[in-house]
Ligand binder design. Structure first.
Ligand code: SAH
Ligand code: MG
Length: 209
């Protein structure tokens, strides 16, 4: 068995309620985290026990709900700019009775620093929104981190196209190029340590020096 299939065979089974979200995402092409990626993120969160988490890119609330599952005492602020997805997220978070822990903000994360600042500092910043804007999200929100704060960036290998875009469409190659630029900037940042883990769609883990 190829190692990816082997590791997949070891993944824990989701609850029915979580499976429903995964099915909705698959049916409506919502790019939620992949099973290995979400398990990895949940394990990092169990290790770090962040009091406050900031997520850029809620989609339908899947990753926010899984992060809360991993750390039920955390407070999560999460931002989504797409109205339909925001509405779905509101419904899902209510259905999971998580509205006391997860605060949803509707709007463009590039414009919401003032509102997000109110709950600062954050122990974890999870960046999972527009792939061309990661550096901007990082610049705006990393100053709101606590001393031991961590930044996690999703999709940094983007379907393998960041390493090799020879099979990518023009549109995909353009996105991959932007992510490549972000990765280069991030790994050479003088103030942070970054390791990129090839799990899920590629996850960068960044800590302060
Ligand atoms: N974190 C989610 C998936 C997020 S998909 C999960 O794993 O379950 C990325 C989402 O980011 C999309 O729903 C998109 O609408 C949103 N997004 C993209 N750019 C954004 C921005 N500038 N501000 C807020 N949301 C943004
Ligand atoms: Mg993602």
């Amino acid at each position: 068995m190829e190692h990816k299939a082997y590791l997949q065979s070891l993944l824990p089974e989701s609850t029915d309620q979580i499976k429903q979200l995964e099915a909705y995402a698959s049916e409506h092409h919502v790019p939620i985290m992949e099973p290995e990626g979400i398990q990895f993120l949940m394990q990092l969160i169990r290790m770090q026990r962040p009091s406050a988490i900031l997520e850029i890119g809620t989609a339908i609330g899947y990753s926010a709900l899984r992060m809360l599952e991993a750390s039920p005492d955390s407070e999560i602020v999460t931002i989504e700019r797409d109205e339909e997805r925001y509405r779905q997220a509101v419904q899902n978070i209510e259905a999971f009775e998580a509205d006391d822990r997860i605060q949803l903000l509707y709007g463009d994360a590039l414009d919401l620093k003032h509102e997000v600042e109110e709950q600062a500092p954050y122990d974890l910043l999870f960046i999972d929104a527009a792939k061309g804007k990661y550096e901007e999200f990082f610049q705006i929100y990393s100053p709101l981190l606590s001393e031991n704060g961590v930044i996690i960036s999703d999709n940094v290998l983007f379907k393998g196209y960041v390493a090799d875009d020879s099979q990518a469409t023009k549109r995909m190659a353009k996105i991959a190029k932007k992510i490549r630029g972000y990765n280069d900037w991030l790994v050479s940042h003088p103030d942070f340590h970054t390791v990129i883990v090839p799990i899920g769609d590629g996850i960068a883990i960044t800590t302060k020096k």
